[in-house]
Design a protein around this ligand. Structure first.
Ligand code: ZN
Length: 672
C-alpha cells in the first residue's frame, strides 16, 4: 500500500469507527461486535504508525496518548456554570412558578422542559471548528480544572463533531460548548468494586464519587480503563440561536453526543408533577443514578431574560426526590418468625422518613449478617429504602459509639412459642421447628390468603390474629368453615365486614391448581414452580401421588425442591390439612391450558401496559403455556415494552438479541 492508498484507507477507517461509536453509544444499537470494532481501531493504529504523516491528533486512536500530568491547570468558564435552587414538593414548584410569573411578558404562557438529573460530575467541553479543544470541570462555577486529556478518553464523546444536515453550519465553523454529566453506570460500578475487593483494595463509595475521583486522576491511561460515560444536557453554538431547551437535546444528539431520553415538555405544574411521580420509582431501573429532575422554562430567550438571583438562574429549578438513606438509631433488635419458621433479626429504629415513608424497622436478614455488619443495639446506622423494597441497614457508624451499645445475640428459644431454635449446619438461618408456633401459623394463613396465592381480601395481620386468638380458626382450612354470626361477634368485625369476609373466602373455593399449590406454602415452591407443577401433574391428586423422580422431571425442580415437595405430601399433618380442605368443599380446578401456542416462549414485561395490569399479562401468558419472568436473560423470547419502560431491561434485551415488541404486538400474539 502506497501513501495515497493509505490516506484513503485511513480516512475511511476513521469514518467507519466514528459511525460505530455513534451507533453504539448514542443510538444504542451496535451494528458490529466490540471485537470487530477493536480490530478496526487496530488496523488504523498500524497504518498511522507506518505513515506518520497521516497522523491526526483527533484520530480515534488518539484518545489516550498524553503522558501523566503534574497537576491540573485552572481555566475560567466562558459563562458561569450556575447551581440551581432546590424544590422538594409540588408547593415549592408552584411557588417558583408564582415568583417568575412577575418577570414574564404579560399573556405569555410558559412551557417547562423537565429532565431527569443524572447523579454525576458536571463538565463543559469546548469545540472549535468542530474539533475537541478543551474540557473543564464545574469547579466553583466560575473557574474549573482543565481535564481535557482525561475527558478525551471517554468514548461516548466525539473528538470531532458529527456532520449533520440538521445542525447549523456554525457548529463546524465557530465555537461550540457542550455541557453535561460524566457518570459511571451502576453495573460498571459494581464490577469495579468487585475487582477491587478481589485485589484487596479499598472499595469506592458510590458511582458518582468514583466518576469524580477518576476524572481527577493525573494519568489518562488509568482514566481510559474506567467505563466513564458522558450525557449532554446543554449546548451553545456561537453565532447560531437555539430556541428551546428541548431542541438543545436534539441538536446535541445530531452532533454525536449521548443525551438522556428521560425528558418531557410540560404545559403546567400538574404535568410537571406527573412526570416527577412517574420517575420516582422507575428511575431505579435506569443504568445510572439520579437524584432528581431539572425543571426549566423551555424557551431559551425567556430563560436568559429571567437572569439569575445570586448563584442560581431564575428560570430553572432542581426538584429533589426524597432521600433514600438516612441515619437513625437502633433502639432494639428482636427476632421475627416467618411461616417456614425462619428466625430473622429485625432492628427497631427511631422512626425516620425515608423515600417519603416512615421507617421504624429494618431487616438484618440473619445472624451472620448482623455479625458481618456489626450492628449493635444503640448504634447509629445508615438505613436505605428505595421504592417498595424492605428497609435495610447499610452500615453502622462505629465512630459514633460511646460504649453503651449492646451486642445482639441470637436467642436460644423461639420468642413466640419458646421452642428451641435449630440451625442445620449447611444453612445460614435459625428456625423454630414447631409447626404450631403461633407466629408460623399466623404467617402461613396470611401467605395462603395473599394476592399471588388464593387472594382473599380482609385477611391482614390484625384480622388473622383476632381470628386465631378467638379460636375460630387453627389453620387455613378452617377459614372455609367460618360463620358470619361468629365472626361478627369479634372485636374489629362489624356485621358488614364479617359478611364481606365470609363471602370473600367462600368465593375462593375453586382456586386454580397453581395458586392452590403455591398457597400451601411448601418450602422452595414459588409461583413459577407451582405453575410448572400444575402443568405437569394436572390435578392435586396426581401431584400428591408423584414420586421424587417424577418431580425432578419438572422444569426448574432440582433434587432439593423435589425432596421438599415429596416430604410435604408424605407428612401426616399435611394430609390431614388436605382432607380438611376437601371436607370444606375446597377443590382446586384442574390445570387447563387455554391454548398452548405460547409453549416454550418466555416473556419479560417492562413499563406500564395500557390495556392490562402486570398480573393479568402474566396470567394470560401462563394460560397459553408461556412463561412470565422478571428479568431478561439470553433465554428470554420477548421483551414487551409498555409505557415508561425500564432502560436496563431494554439494554439487556438488545445485548442478547431478544425480540422487543410493543403492547399491540403482544396482544396480537395472544390473539393470533
Ligand atoms: Zn416458635
Amino acid at each position: 500500500m502506497n501513501e495515497s492508498q493509505a490516506k484513503i484507507r485511513v480516512e475511511k477507517l476513521r469514518e467507519e469507527i466514528e459511525k460505530h461509536r455513534y451507533a453504539y453509544y448514542v443510538l444504542d444499537i451496535p451494528e458490529i461486535s466490540d471485537e470487530a470494532y477493536d480490530s478496526l481501531v487496530h488496523e488504523l493504529e498500524k497504518l498511522e504508525a507506518k505513515f506518520p504523516e497521516l497522523a491526526d491528533p483527533n484520530s480515534p486512536t488518539r484518545r489516550v496518548g498524553a503522558k501523566p500530568l503534574e497537576k491540573f491547570q485552572s481555566a475560567k468558564h466562558s459563562r458561569p456554570m450556575l447551581s440551581l435552587n432546590d424544590a422538594f414538593d409540588k408547593k415549592d414548584v408552584e411557588a417558583w412558578v408564582q415568583r417568575i410569573s412577575k418577570f414574564l411578558p404579560k399573556s405569555y404562557k410558559p412551557k417547562y422542559h423537565v429532565q431527569l438529573k443524572l447523579d454525576g460530575l458536571a463538565c463543559a467541553i469546548i469545540y472549535e471548528n468542530g474539533i475537541f479543544q478543551k474540557a473543564l470541570t464545574r469547579g466553583d462555577g466560575k473557574v474549573g480544572e482543565d481535564v481535557s486529556q482525561n475527558v478525551r478518553t471517554i468514548r461516548s464523546i466525539p473528538l470531532k463533531l458529527r456532520r449533520s444536515s440538521k445542525a447549523p453550519k456554525e457548529a463546524y465553523t465557530s465555537r461550540v460548548e457542550v455541557r453535561g454529566e460524566i457518570v459511571i453506570y451502576k453495573r460498571d460500578f459494581e464490577k469495579i468494586n468487585k475487582e477491587r475487593e478481589e485485589q484487596g483494595q479499598t472499595l469506592f463509595m458510590n458511582p458518582r464519587n468514583t466518576a469524580a475521583g477518576t476524572i481527577r486522576q493525573l494519568d489518562p491511561k488509568l482514566v481510559a480503563s474506567r467505563p466513564l460515560r458522558f450525557y449532554a444536557w446543554g449546548l451553545e453554538i456561537d453565532g447560531a440561536s437555539i430556541e428551546k431547551h428541548s431542541e438543545e437535546y436534539e441538536l446535541a444528539k445530531e452532533l454525536g453526543f449521548v443525551v438522556s431520553t428521560q425528558t418531557t415538555v410540560a404545559y403546567n405544574v400538574d404535568e410537571v408533577m406527573k412526570f416527577v411521580k412517574t420517575w420516582e420509582q422507575k428511575r431505579h431501573d435506569l443504568p445510572f443514578n439520579t437524584d432528581g429532575l431539572v425543571i426549566a422554562i423551555n424557551n431559551r430567550k425567556i430563560y436568559d431574560d429571567l437572569g439569575s438571583v445570586g448563584k442560581a438562574p431564575r428560570g430553572a429549578l432542581a426538584y429533589k426526590y426524597p432521600p433514600e438513606q438516612q441515619t437513625t438509631k437502633v433502639k432494639d433488635i428482636f427476632v421475627s418468625i416467618g411461616r417456614t419458621g425462619a428466625a430473622t433479626p429485625v432492628a427497631m429504629l427511631e422512626p425516620v422518613i425515608i423515600a417519603g415513608s416512615r421507617v421504624e424497622m429494618a431487616t438484618l436478614h440473619n445472624e451472620s449478617e448482623v455479625k458481618r455488619k456489626d450492628v449493635r443495639i444503640g448504634d447509629t446506622v445508615i438505613v436505605h429504602k428505595a421504592g417498595d423494597i424492605i428497609p435495610e441497614i447499610v452500615e453502622s457508624i462505629k465512630s459514633l459509639r460511646d460504649g453503651s451499645e449492646k451486642i445482639f445475640h441470637m436467642p436460644k428459644k423461639c420468642p413466640d412459642c419458646s421452642t428451641e431454635l435449630i440451625k442445620p449446619a449447611d444453612e445460614a438461618v435459625w428456625r423454630c421447628p414447631n409447626r404450631n408456633c403461633p407466629a408460623r401459623v399466623q404467617n402461613h394463613i396470611r401467605h395462603f390468603a395473599s394476592k399471588s396465592a388464593i387472594d382473599i381480601e380482609g385477611l391482614g395481620e390484625k384480622n388473622v390474629t383476632v381470628l386465631l386468638e378467638s379460636g375460630l380458626i387453627k389453620d387455613e382450612a378452617d377459614l372455609y368453615s367460618l360463620k358470619e354470626e361468629d365472626v361478627s361477634k369479634l372485636e374489629r368485625f362489624a356485621e358488614l365486614s364479617a359478611k364481606n369476609l365470609v363471602n370473600a373466602i367462600n368465593a375462593k373455593k375453586n382456586p386454580s391448581l397453581e395458586r392452590f399449590i403455591f398457597a400451601l406454602g411448601i418450602r422452595h415452591v414459588g409461583v413459577q414452580t407451582a405453575i410448572d407443577l400444575a402443568k405437569k401433574f394436572g390435578s392435586l391428586e396426581s401431584l400428591t401421588r408423584s414420586s421424587i423422580q417424577q418431580l425432578e422431571e419438572v422444569d426448574g425442580v432440582g433434587g432439593k425442591v423435589a425432596e421438599s415437595i415429596a416430604a410435604w405430601f408424605a407428612d401426616d399433618e399435611n394430609q390431614k390439612l388436605l382432607n380438611k380442605f376437601e371436607k370444606a368443599g375446597v377443590k382446586p380446578q384442574k390445570y387447563a391450558i387455554v391454548s398452548g401456542k405460547l409453549e416454550g416462549k418466555s416473556f419479560v414485561v417492562t413499563g406500564t401496559l395500557e390495556t392490562m395490569g402486570r398480573e393479568k399479562a402474566a396470567e394470560l401468558i401462563r394460560k397459553m403455556g408461556g412463561k412470565f419472568i422478571s428479568s431478561v436473560s439470553k433465554d428470554t423470547t420477548y421483551l414487551v415494552v409498555g409505557d415508561n419502560p425500564g432502560e436496563s431491561k431494554r439494554q439487556a434485551a438488545k445485548k442478547h438479541g431478544i425480540k422487543i415488541i410493543n403492547e399491540d404486538e403482544f396482544i396480537g400474539l395472544l390473539k393470533s
